[in-house]
Design a protein around this ligand. Structure first.
Ligand SMILES: [Zn+2]
Length: 114
């Protein structure tokens, strides 16, 4: 995915910087996850991608103003809770923390596990 495609998926211009660890990551995680997950809009985005908004770096999605340092988790942490989520998340798809399947899975007729 190139930068243009990514901005289209995210809904607006973004900055692509260096990958970082969000505040909530564990000290023993040595490598950066390739994707982060926004706890406010529940969408994933490439690690290091953000928008500059006000004082800090916010979620790259144009309609979300979550503070990455506070609201984002590493995608792998979310996958610990949801092993069914893909290794590489789609951009623009919501992956809720509290449900066991992303919204799009309903279309494929995936059966839930209680
Ligand atoms: Zn967000």
């Amino acid at each position: 995915m190139n930068h243009d495609q990514m901005e289209r998926s995210l809904g607006g211009p973004v900055v692509v910087g260096r990958a970082r660890r969000p505040a909530g990551s564990r000290w023993w995680q040595r490598s950066f996850d390739k994707h982060l997950w926004c706890g406010r809009c529940t969408r994933a985005f490439p690690n290091g991608t953000y928008r500059l908004f006000g004082r800090g770096k916010t979620c790259p999605y144009a309609d979300c103003e979550a503070d990455i340092a506070r609201d984002a988790l590493e995608w792998s942490q979310l996958r610990c809770e949801h092993p069914g989520y893909p290794v590489t998340p789609w951009l623009g798809i919501q992956y809720p923390l509290r449900q066991h399947a992303p919204v799009i899975a309903k279309m494929s007729g995936a059966r839930g596990r209680g």
